[in-house]
Design a binder for this molecule. Structure first.
Ligand code: ATP
Length: 268
């Protein structure tokens, strides 16, 4: 039985509560792992600090990511339970406009979860989903256990892999294999964010729709222009800009102390 919680429209975190509800629903249907709920909480904390909006450095990273996706030979979007629960429709659209393949790739692999994620993606228009069952029989040697399994038609041969909400070990392994890795991760300090070729520090629910818009603008540009955008992007500097933004925002808040419009006792 699913408990439907009514979220008041005026609640200051309406959107964030709706996202939580979506994750819980997908946890109950077997799409999201229990650890996925915890990982979401970690992301939320950073989103709160970032002001729950897409920042300039994130926009810059999305533009560079769009450029490398458009010039890739074998782009793949790696999808786990949280990504499917939060952004399945946008992921499918992104895969269509960039001709990127979609591969289910899980930290906590189980055939039930693989199938549940595949179903969620197919319900919103995916025609081919790699990495399910026997298809995920290739191995990436740098990673231990079940997390090393990939599809020989997908991540194994990919030159560019988009990994929304990935774990650090696998990101590092993919980079070591010579692949360009685009990460979407709200935590600029996570190992994924640090190891990726391009790190988009933003919430997946905001980042992918913007990604689609930018792809739409860039898709008519010639290859040289796209390569220029990609080659002039500096991930280290951009991560630094995000950390600086967090620093400045926290400093401003620290000066104010109380920043919400809370009434003084005598005004109540
Ligand atoms: P790492 O292994 O890379 O150091 P981690 O141990 O935090 O990171 P996980 O718990 O696998 O890795 O990660 C989930 C990551 O996804 C976290 O860094 C979290 O900030 C991020 N995250 C969670 N929810 C979202 C979201 N909605 N949008 C973007 N990032 C998110």
């Amino acid at each position: 039985m699913t408990e439907e919680i009514k979220i008041p429209q005026k609640h200051p975190r309406t959107e964030s509560l709706r996202i939580r509800e979506r994750l819980i629903k997908n946890f109950k249907s077997g799409v999201v792992a229990s650890a996925g709920l915890i990982a979401h909480g970690r992301g939320e904390a950073f989103d709160y600090i970032l002001g729950e909006k897409t920042t300039q450095p994130a926009l810059k990273a999305i533009e560079a990511a769009a450029a490398i996706l458009l010039t890739a030979e074998h782009p793949v979007i790696s999808v786990n339970g949280n990504a499917a629960a939060l952004a399945s429709k946008d992921i499918v659209e992104l895969s269509k406009i960039t001709k990127a393949k979609i591969e289910v790739n899980l930290f906590y692999r189980s055939s039930e979860r693989e199938i549940a994620i595949k179903r969620v993606l197919e319900e919103v228009g995916a025609t081919k989903v790699l990495g399910v069952g026997e298809a995920a029989s290739a191995r990436i040697s740098e990673v231990g256990s079940e997390r090393r399994r990939v599809d020989s038609k997908g991540i194994l041969i990919a030159d560019v892999v988009l990994v929304p909400l990935e774990d650090g070990d696998r990101t590092e392994a993919l980079v070591r294999m010579g692949k360009k890795v685009i990460a979407i991760d709200l935590n600029p300090l996570s190992r994924t964010a640090q190891f990726a070729t391009i790190t988009i520090v933003d919430n997946i629910v905001r980042a992918i729709p913007i990604f689609i818009e930018i792809i739409d603008k860039l898709k008519t540009k010639d290859k040289k222009k796209l390569e220029h955008i990609a080659s002039t992007f500096d991930n280290k500097r951009t991560l630094g800009e995000v950390i600086d933004l967090i620093h400045r925002r926290l400093s401003e808040l620290a000066e104010k102390g109380v920043y919400l419009p809370i009434l003084e006792v005598e005004e109540l």
